[in-house]
Every structure is written in C-alpha cells, then in structure tokens.
Design a protein around this ligand. Structure first.
Ligand code: HEM
Length: 415
C-alpha cells in the first residue's frame, strides 16, 4: 500500500461534515449490499442457468435500494448537512441512518425469500426511513437558501417517497391476494422512479461536482430539473390512469430537460481529461450516460405512442439496456465518484486501482449495452465479467476505506 494518491484531484470529502459517521455507514452498507447485485449479474450474464423471479428481484432491489438509495441518503446528509446540529437532530439522523442500513438489506432478503407477507411487512421500515430523510431534507431546506443540487435532491426524494408508497402498496396487494391499485401501477412504480428520482440525483451530482460552465444560469438549471421532476409525476399519472397520450407530453419534457442539460454541461465533457485518475471522469461519464438513457427512452416512448410496438411486444433488450445505462452508467459512476472524493484523504491503495475500476466498469457496460440492444449474447458473456470485476474491485477498495477510520486525518468532534 502506498501513500495518498497525489493525482487524485477533486473536491472536499465529508470529513468536515457533522454527519461523517452516518455517511460512512450508509456508503459502506450500500457497497456491501451491491455485491449481491453484481454476483447475480455475473451469473446471469453467462446465460448458463435461468434465474428465478425471486433471484432477479433480489438483483434489482439490492441495486436500486441497497446500493443506490442508501447512497442517495448519504448524499443527502452530505449535501444538506451544513451547520451544527442540535442534540435532537443528531439523534434523529443517527437512528434514521441505522434504520435504513438495517431495514434495506432485510427488505432485499425478503425479496430473495419469495415470501409475499415478508415483502409486505419489511417494506414499511424502509418507507419510514425514506419519509424521515425527506422530512429532514425539507426541514433543512426551509432554513437555508438552496442551490440547484439541493433542489434536485429534494425533488428526487419527493418522487422516491411516492414511488416507495406505490411499491409497498403493490406488495400489500400481493400478500392480500387482491390488488387495490390499477394495473398500471406496475409500470408507474419503476418509470416514475427513473425520471423523477434517479435522473434528478444524477443531475444533482453533475451540478455539485462538475458545475455548469455558465455561472448565471440558476433559472435554466431549475427549469432543467423541473422538467424531470414533472416527468416523474406525469409518467406515474399516465400509467395509473392509463392515459397513453400523456407519454407524448412526457417525451417533450424529457427532451426539453436534456437539451438544457447538454447546453449547460457540454463544455465540461469536451475538455475532459479521461486519462487523469480523478473522480471527475466518473462524474462526466455519469452525465454522458444521462443523455444515452434519455435517447433510449425516447426511442421506446415514440415506438409506443406511434404504435410501432405495444407494451407486450416492446424490445426488452433496449429496455434492459436503458435500465443498466441508468443504474450503472449514471448512478454507479456518480456514487463511485462521490465515495472516491469522500475518502480522498485515505487514497492508500494501488495507484492503478482508479484506472481499472473506471475503465473496467465503463468499457464493460458499453459492451453489455451493445449486446442487449443487438441481441448478441456473446457480448453479454464477454462484457458482464469485465464490468462485474471492475465493480467488485471498487466494492473491496471503497468498503475497506469507508470502514477503516482515517488515521491521518483527525477532525475535532463536532457533536
Ligand atoms: C444497480 C445495479 C443494477 C440494477 C438495478 C439492475 C437491474 C436489472 C433489471 C431490472 C433486470 C431485469 C430483470 C428481469 O428480467 O426481471 C436486470 C437484468 C440483468 N442484469 Fe442487472 N442490474 C444492475 C446491475 C447489474 C450488474 C452489475 C450486472 C453484471 C455484472 C448485471 C447484469 C444483468 C444481466 C446479465 C441481466 C439479464 C439480461 C438479459 O435478460 O439478457 N446487472 N438487471
């Protein structure tokens, strides 16, 4: 092991945050739960066995809730955490973080068990943690002037709460043997969460860590994130009320928001130093994959609205390519960049680890996406191990750094 890597240029970590212990805990548990997603993905990519629906749902929820949502809670604490907390606030956030760190892995296990009652029951503590984080963020938001990243995360948590309510209600319906939500709720739950939650978080991270090339564009930034927030709500209503034409309006919102995003950030991508070992390239890749995701979604939405295919004949390869563009391309790149920034003081592994993780994850992902879109299974077999091993290395490196206390940096306790 070498000393701190001097080539890692980036932003401040979370050592000065009053919530550094909670941020570490949430990121560390997120990384550990992500192992489950990656191992199942590695197995699935080889196409040697057909995985059961329970295993597939475990793959999905260990990724979306375990890795991404625990990571988003950590991001919220980091982003909204300025100021000296009161003893009461400290207690609330401390116990909410512990609740999230325990309840989400248990919920993932409930998906694996296939037991509908367990899935319905263990969804509640997760929902309580989501609502508690949203409540705290709203409370903090009323006490400070917000920048674009904070507005984006606030909007994202509102959508997460709505999506979580839909998800838990669906599970109660399964357990009771009778759905009381319209059939469209199955599509509304994931679709709303992607536009109004995941894209917004991806954009918050771009905004916070890359910053727009223009300094006078607060209103433009707010317009951009409003498009995606509105898209999340609209798509939920479109599916719940079965009003397909609303999906057309959704297309316009996605297009408008993406055009503004590209205008504001294109300058950053064109001047990128892709070979420098920094968190910046993870954030840039995350931003580029937002545009790829929207392009794939537009192809699917236009196909549906124009009648080129129906929900039953939708090309599932393109759908899965879109999913992994969002989950790995946008969200995992963003979270890896953040964790790297957060543990900068401790960059004590090998100098090359950053290259292997960055190129392994992104080259592997691109090959995997091409395989899914073209249906060439050989691409999936070749590239999922490249992506998966890159991710496993990231999990080992960052989980170790997060669990181990930084020896070199001793920040005076703030609480
Ligand atoms: C946050 C991370 C991830 C999420 C949320 C996620 C989500 C999904 C979803 C929703 C599906 C479709 C499941 C179904 O058919 O019902 C899927 C399938 C799949 N995932 Fe992932 N995934 C993630 C990461 C990964 C990783 C890291 C790998 C590989 C190392 C991977 C490999 C696969 C494969 C091979 C399939 C099957 C594709 C096919 O049917 O050809 N996934 N994933």
């Amino acid at each position: 092991m070498s000393a701190r890597n001097p080539s890692l240029e980036g932003h401040e970590g979370f050592q000065a945050s009053p919530w550094k212990a909670e941020i570490r805990l949430l990121f560390a548990v997120a990384a550990c739960v992500f192992t489950v997603t990656v191992l199942i993905g590695l197995l699935n990519g080889q196409k040697v066995v057909t995985l059961s629906q329970n295993v597939l749902l475990t793959h999905v929820h260990a990724g979306t809730l375990g890795w991404i949502t625990l990571g988003v809670f950590a991001l919220s604490l980091w982003l909204f955490g300025a100021g000296q907390p009161s003893a009461r606030e400290s207690q609330l956030i401390h116990w909410t973080s512990i609740l999230a760190a325990v309840a989400i892995p248990v919920y993932v296990a409930a998906f694996f068990s296939g037991n509908f009652l367990a899935r319905a029951i263990f969804g509640f503590p997760v929902l309580i943690a989501i609502v508690a984080f949203l409540g705290w963020v709203v409370w903090k938001a009323t006490r400070a002037s917000l920048g674009i990243p904070q507005w984006a995360v606030l909007g994202a948590l509102v959508t997460l709460t709505i999506g979580g309510l839909l998800g838990v209600s669906l599970q109660i319906g399964f357990a009771a043997g009778k759905q009381f939500l319209p059939g469209g709720a199955f599509a509304a739950h994931p679709s709303a969460l992607v536009s109004g939650y995941l894209i917004l978080v991806g954009m918050a991270v771009s905004e916070w860590r890359l910053r727009s090339t223009r300094n006078d564009d607060f209103r433009l930034g707010i317009a951009q994130i409003s498009c995606f927030f509105a898209s999340g709500l609209l798509v939920a209503v479109a599916f719940l009320a079965d009003v397909v034409p609303l999906l057309g309006l959704n297309t316009l919102l996605l297009l408008a928001g993406t055009v503004i995003y590209v205008l504001r950030f294109a300058g950053r991508a064109s001047g990128a130093a892709w070979t420098t070992r920094s968190s910046e390239r993870f954030f840039l890749a995350s931003g580029i994959f937002i545009v790829v995701y929207v392009a794939l979604t537009l192809v699917l939405t236009i196909g549906l609205v124009s009648g080129a295919f129906t929900p039953d004949t939708i090309p599932t390869g393109v759908l899965l390519a879109g999913d992994h563009t969002m989950f790995i391309g946008v969200m995992t790149n963003a979270l890896l960049g953040l964790i790297q920034d957060g543990t900068r003081e401790q960059q004590v592994f090998w100098p090359w680890e950053n290259d292997v993780i960055f190129w392994g994850v992104n080259v592997g992902l691109i090959g995997f996406i091409i395989g899914l879109i073209t249906g060439a299974t050989i691409f999936e077999r070749l590239f999922t191990p490249i992506m998966g091993l890159g991710l496993l290395l990231a999990i080992v490196v960052y989980a170790t750094l997060l669990i181990r206390r930084p020896a070199a940096v001793r920040v005076a306790p703030t609480r």
